[in-house]
Ligand binder design. Structure first.
Ligand SMILES: Cc1cc2nc3c(=O)[nH]c(=O)nc-3n(C[C@H](O)[C@H](O)[C@H](O)COP(=O)(O)O)c2cc1C
Length: 196
């Protein structure tokens, strides 16, 4: 595993487990973002999401650097206007993507199947987001999975060229962490388990 730039706050002798136990998001993301080859690795990790019958029910849109983020911001603003969002949202839309140097938009792209339900395919696509966030972190980058109104907005989907059977499942903002990891609140896993 590549050395991470983030500090570990939960101890484990097992490096892979320590990595998982300390996963956290980073909301302040600075340049530089992942390079081309690092992006390939991140997406490759996304492709390792569990995928029932290997339907590959996903694809990714990528916006990076000033030009790409501005194009995405303009699309967001056109969609906000078309969807009659509030003045505040319309004015904020162009700035939204500029919170990170790179954004991956994970799209659930449903494949015809008599076996794999729609929800399973959407779960598969959304699993890619976490896989990619983890891979980015392993490379030393911070990230945050965002949704908000744009995730569900059909006008934005149209702006981005999504078809009727496609749905955004996450905006993964990636960049250099702008703050260190915070201490994690201790939680008891047993509180989340019901024994049958
Ligand atoms: C489907 C999904 C959508 C999310 N959307 C947002 C969002 O729009 N804005 C936000 O601040 N956090 C959002 N989050 C939560 C963050 O990704 C993050 O998990 C949260 O800030 C807690 O931080 P942690 O991951 O370090 O525990 C979303 C998480 C998921 C799974």
């Amino acid at each position: 595993m590549t050395d991470t730039k983030v500090s570990t706050v939960v101890e484990s002798d097992n490096p892979a487990l320590a990595f998982l136990l300390n996963r956290q998001s980073c909301h302040k993301l600075l340049a530089p973002g992942p390079s081309e080859s690092e992006l390939d690795l991140i997406v490759q990790a996304g492709l390792r999401a569990p995928d029932f019958m290997s339907l590959r029910p996903f694809r990714f849109l990528c916006a990076r650097d000033e030009a790409g983020l501005t194009r995405l911001g303009e699309a967001l603003q056109r969609a906000a206007i078309a969807s009659k969002q509030s003045e505040v949202i319309i004015n904020r839309a162009p700035k939204m993507p500029h919170r990170a140097p790179l954004i991956l938009i994970a799209v659930a792209s449903l494949k015809p199947s008599d076996v794999v339900p729609v929800l399973d395919q959407q779960f598969c696509a959304s699993s890619t987001v976490l896989m990619m966030q983890l891979a980015a972190r392993a490379l030393g980058y911070g990230g945050v999975w965002r949704s908000g109104w744009p995730m569900y907005d059909r006008n934005l989907h149209q702006e981005l060229g999504l078809t009727e059977v496609e749905q955004i499942v996450g905006f993964l903002y990636l960049g250099t962490p702008g703050h260190p990891d915070h201490a994690l609140d201790p939680e008891d896993p047993q509180d989340f388990i019901t024994w049958l």
